[in-house]
Every structure is written in C-alpha cells, then in structure tokens.
Design a protein around this ligand. Structure first.
Ligand code: SF4
Length: 95
C-alpha cells in the first residue's frame, strides 16, 4: 500500500468523512500489541506512517479519526497535525 500525503487526504477528505466503518475494524489492526508510543509521539509520525501503510484496515482507521473530533495521535498513517492541515486545505477548496 502507498503512503497518504496531506494533499491526498485533503482531496479525499469528504470520502473519509462519509465512509461507513465496520464494528470490528480494530480486531484487524496491524498495531495490536505494538508500542503505542509510535502512534502518539509526533516525532515518530513518519515511522507510524510507514507501519500503517501495510495495515489492512488503514482506510477505516483514518476514517474513524476524521469522524471523531479532537482525536490525538496517528491513525491510518496520518498524525493529528497532518489531519488538521488536510482539513484546512479541504475547507479552503470547498468554500
Ligand atoms: S492504520 Fe495504523 S493505527 Fe490504524 S489500525 Fe492500522 S496500524 Fe493501527
């Protein structure tokens, strides 16, 4: 799987906002049992992004983070600051 950039996310933001998320997506998470510090430490976002690129539920995880306000950390390979930047770009394009 490829890595999602901030501009990829801005372009597809609406799709993630509307994506229906299955109830059991977390059971398939590649990060189960992994060091959670990778996903909450902003300095390790690149490491998390690469790790998440191989996860089978990345899209649902990313959609969850977009549909859940004020969520901290990396979800679907995208850290909170990158999500915020993508959201601002998305808003700017949809005025
Ligand atoms: S995309 Fe990343 S954070 Fe989300 S479930 Fe998969 S491995 Fe975990």
């Amino acid at each position: 799987m490829s890595i999602i950039t901030v501009h990829d996310l801005a372009r597809t933001y609406n799709q993630y906002k509307r994506l229906t998320i299955s109830n059991d997506w977390r059971k398939k998470a590649k990060c189960i049992g992994e060091d959670t510090n990778v996903f909450i430490n902003e300095k390790r976002e690149n490491e998390a992004t690469v790790f998440c690129s191989e996860c089978s539920v990345r899209e649902q995880c990313l959609a969850y983070s977009i549909q859940t306000p004020n969520l901290a950390g990396t979800y679907g390979g995208i850290g909170e600051n990158t999500r915020d930047r993508a959201y601002r770009i998305y808003l700017g394009r949809n005025k």
